[in-house]
Design a protein around this ligand. Structure first.
Ligand code: SAM
Length: 340
């Protein structure tokens, strides 16, 4: 009969070390007669590998390491990057010829891309202020991008001066700029990682040192989920939505195929070829990311139209061939059973 964990050898020490190193995985040992094997199973949807079984602890480490390292995008001037294309569309200066060429291809088919990028930034700042007004004092910005004003901590601290912020990105250039420009005090951290590895990220000491799991948090997934497959995006949202404490706030914006000219989606996929996937989700699929949460008014709308009740809606921008949706939702506090 199988035994889970040996008591009298050096295995338990090894096991404790593995658990400490790879906190996104549930790891145990199985003993059958004189055979011992390690089993690791991911605890979060989207965290790969799902399961590893091996008798050798070193082999287990090697198999799980990629999940932790999870492919940071190395700095290269010859390959366009998501962050630098976006920087160019916003009128920034942190971009190279390859990025400008890719952005140029986008603008040929979708000349309003810069306007939409600005509207997306405005949505993000509004959403952060909305969360801060609800008393949320910690922010997790996933796919944070190159520093742009107002940054997440600047927007949050206008209402909550003690706000704690963790910026996450997978692009080495973004991380270098973020560490230089954003991490201005001890209450701000910049973490390198792939958000498709929620288990690895959520175990990162820089994150756990600042974000209190028991407290509501504002999780931002702004203009990042369309750069992964539909399954990956669904898994990422599910993992962070489940992880965040009741009272937390989820902020999402993403391009949608609903109301978008299919030619624009094809042009975006061409422009990002070699850099990232581009996935256009239907409005209903994006709305499903907020499942189980309470959508704040005005609901899931075009980013330029998202304004809390207290502010006037901006004028509708000139017609665009692509739609970009934003929404903010709250995780309900645990429900109290109704008593007659
Ligand atoms: C278009 S920018 C958006 C920046 C910012 N959130 C905003 O909306 O202004 C997307 C960012 O997400 C990052 N990113 C893309 N895929 C990612 C992933 N799987 N894990 C972490 N960061 C990712 C890119 O490097 C880029 O910096």
């Amino acid at each position: 009969m199988d035994n889970l964990e040996a008591a009298n050898d050096d295995g338990p020490g090894e096991l404790a070390g593995l658990r400490e190193e790879f906190r996104g995985f549930r790891i145990w040992r199985e003993i059958t007669g004189d055979r011992v094997r390690y089993v690791a199973r991911s605890q979060f949807p989207g965290l790969n590998p799902h399961t590893v079984v091996t008798a050798d602890a070193a082999e287990l480490r090697a198999a799980l390491e990629p999940a932790r390292e999870a492919a940071l995008v190395p700095f290269s001037t010859t390959t366009a990057s998501i962050a630098r294309i976006y920087d160019y569309l916003l009128g920034g200066k942190d971009n190279y010829a390859a990025d400008r060429a890719a952005a140029g291809r986008i603008l040929e088919t979708f000349p309003e891309a810069g306007q939409i990028a600005h509207a997306n930034r405005a949505f993000q700042a509004q959403a952060i202020r909305h969360a801060a007004r609800q008393g949320i004092g910690q922010f997790l910005d996933l796919g944070a991008g190159l520093p742009a004003s107002p940054s997440t901590h600047e927007a949050a601290r206008r209402l909550c001066p003690a706000a704690r912020v963790v910026y996450v990105d997978c692009d080495e250039l973004v991380l270098a700029h973020g560490r230089a420009l954003l991490a201005v005090d001890e209450q701000i951290a910049v973490v390198g990682g792939d958000i498709r590895d929620p288990g690895g990220l959520l175990a990162d000491p820089a994150l756990t040192g600042l974000i209190d799991l028991a407290e509501p948090v504002c999780v931002l997934l702004v203009s990042v989920l369309h750069f992964m497959s539909a399954d990956e995006a669904d898994a990422v949202v599910a993992a962070f939505r489940d992880w965040m404490a009741p009272g937390s706030c989820l902020v999402i914006s993403a391009g949608t195929s609903t109301g978008t000219d299919p030619q624009v989606i094809t042009a975006l996929q061409e422009a990002y070829r070699g850099t990232a996937l581009v996935t256009g989700r239907s409005e209903a699929a994006i709305a499903a990311w907020f499942g189980g949460l309470i959508l704040a008014r005005p609901g899931l709308v075009d980013v330029w139209a998202w304004r809390p009740d207290s502010l006037p809606r901006p004028a509708r921008p000139p017609s665009t061939r692509a739609r970009f949706l934003g929404g903010v939702a709250h995780k309900p506090m645990r429900s109290v059973p109704w008593q007659p």
